[in-house]
Ligand binder design. Structure first.
Ligand SMILES: Nc1ncnc2c1ncn2[C@@H]1O[C@H](COP(=O)(O)OP(=O)(O)OP(=O)(O)O)[C@@H](O)[C@H]1O
Length: 224
């Protein structure tokens, strides 16, 4: 079966003025349907960069990114944003919840962007909140929820859109260890019972024990 996501010899060099930082130096990786993968490695090893490139949020300097059998690294901004809307769920700090919207409205947000009718998006969003144990909090705004509950809403938002893959950048950062582990258990359940594919970065050794596969990055390369 084709991988859900594949990167081939991926390189990324960031340029700030005349300073070049080689963030990825030839990374190749296949992610298959239903996998639950952690990206590990020291700070600055390229985990976030790899997640951004895999989700089409940024373009590589060279190399290939394939999502669902389609090569995406050469697409235009508009094509990429459309592709993300339909195929990828993100749980990233930069995509935090919208403060003026309730948990339900946040969870339905991607579906609203897709133009789905209100009843359909509310029913899908409510279903996703329920899966994450957040149905009773559907009408609260983010500032009325704990950090762990907010992260569960962020995962519900990604899930409600039923993407091919969910990418998460340190989803348990800023959560105490108990709440972080509970979130990971929820993600694991989504993975096992609903077949949702996950790739996420983490520094937490307790989370790394719970994954199928650990991809370790060091200096922008996959460590042997
Ligand atoms: N937008 C950017 N502009 C310039 N350099 C960047 C940019 N983003 C990342 N870098 C550099 O690229 C390298 C890889 O960074 P990246 O954020 O991918 O690492 P990381 O493994 O996710 O780190 P952390 O665990 O601290 O989040 C680092 O040297 C970083 O300073």
């Amino acid at each position: 079966m084709n991988p859900v996501l594949q990167v081939k010899n991926l390189k990324k060099i960031y340029k700030v003025d005349t300073v070049e930082t080689p963030a990825l130096q030839g990374v190749s990786l296949e992610v298959h349907q239903g996998e639950f993968i952690a990206l590990a490695g020291p700070s600055g090893s390229g985990k976030s960069t790899l997640l951004h490139l895999m989700g089409g949020l940024d373009k590589p300097t060279s190399g290939e990114v394939w999502l669902g059998g389609k090569r995406i690294d050469g697409l235009s901004r508009a094509q990429l944003s459309d592709l993300r809307l339909w195929n990828v769920g993100f749980v990233f700090q930069a995509y935090n919840l919208i403060p003026v919207l309730t948990a339900l409205e946040n969870a339905a947000f991607v579906l609203e962007l897709r133009g789905e009718p209100r009843e359909v998006r509310e029913s899908k969003a409510l279903g996703a909140l329920e899966t994450l144990g957040m149905k009773d909090f559907a009408h609260r705004r983010p500032n009325q929820l704990s950090g762990g509950q907010q992260q569960r809403v962020a995962v519900a938002r990604a899930l409600a859109a039923r993407p091919k893959i969910i990418l998460a950048d340190e989803p348990t950062a800023n959560l105490d260890s108990k709440t972080g582990l509970a979130l990971i258990e929820h993600m694991r359940t989504l993975n096992r019972e609903h077949g949702v594919t996950f790739v996420f970065s983490t520094h937490d050794p307790r989370l790394l024990e719970r994954v199928d596969r650990i991809v370790r990055l060091e200096d922008g390369q996959i460590a042997a």
